[in-house]
Design a protein around this ligand. Sequence first.
Ligand SMILES: [Zn+2]
Length: 73
Amino acid sequence: MTGKKIRVCPKCGSSRIREAKSSVSGWLVPSTYYCEEEGCGYSGTLYVEVDAEELETLRKVMNGDSETAASDH
Ligand SMILES: [Zn+2]
């Protein structure tokens, strides 16, 4: 168990999510995250945190790819 956690985009599952630093000083503002994935354009205060090992599984689910499930039956 590595326990390594990574942030991924809640919209597309990409790990290319970044935290946008606010330039407002002296104010407690929630961090905003945005996705660098082309064609996604997500930005918001939410992100998904998963184990590094779970990322591949998550992305398969989000892609709706049933390639692996087909041979499972
Ligand atoms: Zn995204």
